[in-house]
Design a binder for this molecule. Sequence first.
Ligand SMILES: Cc1cc2nc3c(=O)[nH]c(=O)nc-3n(C[C@H](O)[C@H](O)[C@H](O)COP(=O)(O)OP(=O)(O)OC[C@H]3O[C@@H](n4cnc5c(N)ncnc54)[C@H](O)[C@@H]3O)c2cc1C
Length: 544
Amino acid sequence: MAAMQETDVIILGTGAAGMAAALAAHETGAEVLLVEQHDRIGGTSAISGGVIWVADNPRMRAAGMDDTPEDALAYFRSLDHGDLVDETLEAFVDRGPEALAFLESIDALKVAVLPGYPDYYLDRPGAKPEGSRALDHDLFALAELGDWAAKIYAIEEPKPLMLRETPLGGAASLPPPHVLGQRMELRQCGFGQAMVARLLKACLTRGIEPMLGVTTKRLLREGARITGIEAERGSQPLTLHARRGVVIATGGFEWDAELRQTFLRGPVTAPASPPTASGGGLKLAMQAGAKLGNMTSAWWAPTLVTPDAPWASGEQRAQIILIERTVPHSIMVNRSGQRFCNEAANYSALGGVFHQFDPASYDYRNLPAYLIFDAQYAARYPLGTRQPGQPIPDWVMRADTLEGLAQQIGLEGAVLAETVARFNSHADAGHDPDFGRGTSAYDHFYGDRSREGTAVTLGTIREAPFYAVEIHSGLLGTNGGPRTDGRARILDHDGAVIPGLLGAGNAIACPTGGIYAGAGGTLGPALTFGYIAGRTAARANASS
Ligand SMILES: Cc1cc2nc3c(=O)[nH]c(=O)nc-3n(C[C@H](O)[C@H](O)[C@H](O)COP(=O)(O)OP(=O)(O)OC[C@H]3O[C@@H](n4cnc5c(N)ncnc54)[C@H](O)[C@@H]3O)c2cc1C
């Protein structure tokens, strides 16, 4: 006999989108069941930087900073390649500030402006070179969650600092070790951990306890309306009925090899997200006959596989590469030993360069790709989790000459030496005529700010030993899925609302298309559409 339960709104997924939906539905008067497939809470949101991008947000307003929805819309539209849908884009821009204000008002978020963090496309109308649309989290003390703290995804790797205190967030250096030590004792965390922990605390305070380890098999339907889910918990069947709606907030599909191969526009060999992004929500939406959008796109990012530190569940783990390709004394080269881009460009836009197809060789021109660096780099800068001055891990290739390094990669020695010599001449001149590295303010953000001008990112590769490590075509999450209207209701093939089915976060066709507006460009839409979905679902009746 299947266990059975009835509620107003079922939310699938405990990431940022799912918990925002649960809180908004509850505050709108609905009884809520928050259902999670994994035995941990938070998915990709929990391991993320946690930065939230919302134009004209409440923190900006409080600080007297100027922004308008018109500027934000002009910015997005200038970047559109046909993916944007006015209704959902405008819903995000118009209601993002309201969603944040709501979540802050119930202590589900505590955020501050990330000083100086620029939007990603500074040449576009409406961009903010001085930042302020990107928000960072205050520290959260995990003790406030009691036993629930241990249920947050990857919480055994605590991050006892705020992004704005790190070079990634624009600070000159990390807080001193004794400060970090004190915070570890107090179990204080920042980044996505603080975001997920605060959202979870707000849920628990309202009696919304996530139901973990539930695998949804199919959606229940009465006539056209979605009325619940048929699932399994352990090996026990479970039927959950929803009087008002089911919200799909299950994250992306990048860990399902078949979905990835079917939909994404090019190879992805190492996602930076955890294996929880397994595409279950996409399959449910397809079963329900949803219209799909953005399916070829993702939040692209170059990544580095760390073979000595897989996910706890055993899968290959990869890290996003930001600082490593931006600071001086490093370049990226492709399978031919040539540079192929401005290495310091924003990570999401860079994704495109890994998917360039060469008709002559009938292969991807820039894959595999390698980060090449030297002893000057090794002495000063990090590599993944390895800090400056620590030994370079064994899985990084090294040689005393560039020719020797090229041989290890399988390249002709002379080609790599020529590429490096050309780059060195540009670095010496402080000008990169090949790719313009160092000309945009964005290129400087992750560079070495102890240096001046273009030298923040340009520096020679001259001192042995020389190193090479493969850089993967990766991503932070997919951003395609069922299309919704501006009220987060999922649409069918013909564009009509599927009654009782809603969606938010990486599980849906993102309201900003594939445009990564600035730091926080995925969590801003995820939280906003989670909020909208929760409110819409809570207000639904049998005919809507
Ligand atoms: C290293 C890293 C850093 C990042 N930093 C940032 C950042 O600073 N700012 C930013 O905007 N973006 C960032 N991102 C991207 C961002 O984290 C994601 O886009 C975002 O967290 C997606 O949120 P979500 O709620 O849609 O999905 P998730 O957070 O992935 O949550 C989905 C949840 O649904 C669960 N689930 C899956 N299938 C089912 C099912 N069938 N039933 C029930 N539950 C299910 C999953 O287990 C998971 O818990 C980063 C990503 C990475 C990898």
